[in-house]
Design a protein around this ligand. Structure first.
Ligand SMILES: Nc1nc2c(c(=O)[nH]1)N[C@H]1C(S)=C(S)[C@@H](COP(=O)(O)O)O[C@H]1N2
Ligand SMILES: [Mo]
Length: 330
């Protein structure tokens, strides 16, 4: 792990927002390309990236929700594994809106997250919009340490801050005829360059049954590591459903739509034979192109066995009683 040192040319971290630093860095890189001043551009650039990583953490943002965190940990849910290093969890990301590589955290800094309005509509008593900071003020915030298992067979353990999705469902007052909640991510191709790729079915969409959404484990995360959610991890709000493959955990949510039709999700739309609606973790059901038996834990060298429902069966297995005919594990 490289050692992070402040360079002589860097501003004090407290004076730098990630956005400003990011633009500054781009100017710096442009200057590099233009000028003959630097002998060791590679080394300096690497140093610059490290500086960015440190200052890109939510610690130094001007996020108005910063004062809400840290929140008290709910110790009901035990990860039984060490926390993933914060730097890894905030620099190794899947967020196709910003590109298909894992290294999108810098690009994500361009996403404006204030003002941010969440729309609650569809089969509810009364559709409404709510500002993210008003929503945060209404919701019971707590911290939960969850394992996260990506369908690509890597995993991490992160302390999410946020609130049970059930609290939002209660606020929404769905009609009894609603069977699913569909979650829709932002659309902003101006800053999210991945959204310029028209072959993807933007915006990113995911869905849960109402029973899943009101299960204790279903969580809306608005922070991570005791700080507001970094943009690359899905600020200002994202889903965390740890018994399902990571792609179900929609980031950058702008809409919750209650419906009686099963939502057709982003990845299902792209490749239904590989990514289904249920997507519950199961080591015995391989992905069509790889085994799901083990996983690579970010930051560790060894692989560990994957567990049914990612180890959360005691909370969620009963949700699937009577659904054995469904493709529950892809
Ligand atoms: N909007 C949106 N949400 C998304 C994704 C995405 O590309 N776009 N990727 C998903 C996948 S595949 C995973 S594994 C997790 C990754 O979350 P992380 O970057 O915070 O680890 O986000 C999920 N949510
Ligand atoms: Mo994933």
């Amino acid at each position: 792990m490289p050692i992070i040192k402040r360079r002589g040319w860097a501003l004090p971290e407290s004076a730098v927002t990630p956005e400003r630093l990011f633009h500054q860095r781009r100017r710096f890189v442009a200057g590099l390309a233009a000028g003959p001043i630097l002998m060791s551009a590679g080394a300096l650039l690497a140093g610059c990236e490290e500086q960015d990583i440190k200052t890109a953490s939510a610690e130094t943002t001007d996020d108005p929700s910063a004062k809400l965190y840290p929140v008290e940990r709910n110790t009901t849910y035990k990860a039984e594994r060490p926390l993933t290093d914060e730097r890894l969890a905030t620099t190794y990301n899947n967020y196709y809106e910003f590109g298909s590589s894992k290294n999108i955290w810098q690009r994500a800094q361009d996403l404006p997250i204030r003002p941010w309005t969440v729309r609650i509509d569809g089969m509810v008593e009364q559709p409404f919009e709510i500002d993210i900071d008003d929503l945060l003020a209404k919701m019971p915030l707590e911290e939960r340490v969850y394992r996260h298992r990506c369908v690509e067979a890597w995993s991490m353990v992160v302390p999410w801050s946020g609130f049970p999705l059930r609290a939002l469902v209660d606020l929404a007052r769905p009609l009894s005829s609603a069977k699913y909640v569909k979650m829709v991510s932002f659309s902003n191709p101006e800053v999210a360059i991945g959204q310029k790729a028209a072959w993807y079915p933007w915006p990113y969409v995911e869905g849960l049954t109402i029973a899943e959404a009101t299960n204790d484990l279903a969580f809306i995360a608005t922070g991570i590591y005791g700080k507001p959610m970094p943009k690359q991890n899905g600020a200002p709000l994202r889903l965390a459903v740890p018994w399902k493959y990571g792609f179900k955990s929609t980031k950058g949510i702008v809409q919750f739509e209650f419906t009686d039709k099963r939502p057709f999700s982003f990845w299902e739309n792209i490749q239904a034979s590989e990514y289904g609606f249920w997507a519950n973790v199961n080591p015995e059901v391989p992905h069509p192109r790889w085994s799901q038996a083990t996983e690579r834990v970010l930051g560790l060298d060894e692989r560990v066995p994957t567990q049914l429902y990612n180890g959360y069966g005691e909370y969620v297995a009963e949700l699937y009683d009577g659904l054995e005919g469904e493709k529950l594990f892809m």
